[in-house]
Every structure is written in C-alpha cells, then in structure tokens.
Ligand binder design. Structure first.
Ligand code: FE2
Length: 156
C-alpha cells in the first residue's frame, strides 16, 4: 500500500464531514431569533458544501482501494466532533460559533491530509484537499463575519 496515512485521513474526513453535516442540520432545525429568515436558509448552503465534500472525499478513498465508513455506528465511533442533544435555548450567534468550531477542526484535518498526501506522493488527493481547505477557510471567514468575529485562520 502506497498511501496508508492519506487513506486514514480520508476516512477520518468521511466520519467528521458526516457528523458536522448532522450538527449543522440540528442548528438549522432548532434555530430561533433575529435573522432566522436569512440564516436558516444559509445553513442549507453550508450543508450542500459539506455533502459535496463528503461524496468527493469518500469516492477518492474508494478510488485508492479504500473502504469508507458508511454506518451511523461506525461514524459515531470514529468522529472527533462532539454532538449535543438539540435544544431551543441557544442564540443564533452561539449556534454559529459552534459550527465555526467544527469548521476549524475540518481546516486542521484538511491540512493534515494535505501534509501526509504530499509526503506519500498522492498528488491527486493533495490537489482535492487543497481546494477544499480554501473553501473551508472562506466559509470560516464568512460565518465569523456574520457574528462579528475575525476568521482566526492566521491571527497576528
Ligand atoms: Fe430545511
């Protein structure tokens, strides 16, 4: 096997992208308050982005003869992103801050995948993950701006 570390990161991404998609869906459903009419549909775009990345990452893993996790129990055992029971009491800003935390976790995992795929010489995965990292960083900037925070991708 030429790309073992790359494949492990790809499968970690499968679990974490699935988990984060579920968390965003939860906030999309449980959200209440000012800006609801704007921010509830915005999370549809966020979920579309996560679902597209999930499918691409999983299919890249299969292309490399890997086997993506594909059941809720496997994903629950593997993901590093914590979830919480849905509740109605959080502000929209608190919900966005939690989603941004999940995106920062993804940012770090994409960086790890870019590093190991470079070390192992898997240039196609490297290219795929580099594009997704840029998308994730841009999304962090936009969602952070919505709650009056800096992106904190590279703070001074
Ligand atoms: Fe919806």
């Amino acid at each position: 096997m030429k790309y073992p570390k790359t494949k492990e990161v790809l499968n970690q991404l499968v679990a974490d992208l699935t988990q984060l998609h579920m968390i965003v869906h939860q906030h999309h459903w449980y959200m209440r308050g000012n800006r609801f009419l704007k921010l509830h549909p915005y999370l549809d775009k966020v979920m579309d982005e996560l679902a597209d990345q999930l499918d691409e990452v999983s299919e890249r893993l299969i292309t490399l003869d890997g086997s993506p996790v594909s059941t809720l129990s496997e994903i629950a055992a593997k993901t590093n992103i914590k979830d919480e029971k849905g509740n109605w009491d959080e502000t929209i800003d608190e919900r966005y801050a939690k989603i941004i935390d999940g995106y920062h976790y993804l940012e770090n995992l994409y960086r790890e995948g870019i590093k190991v795929s470079d070390e192992e010489g898997d240039y196609a995965t490297n290219d795929l993950l580099t594009g997704f990292l840029a998308d994730v960083e841009k999304r962090i900037w936009m969602m952070s701006g919505e709650i009056n925070k800096a992106p904190e991708i590279d703070p001074e």
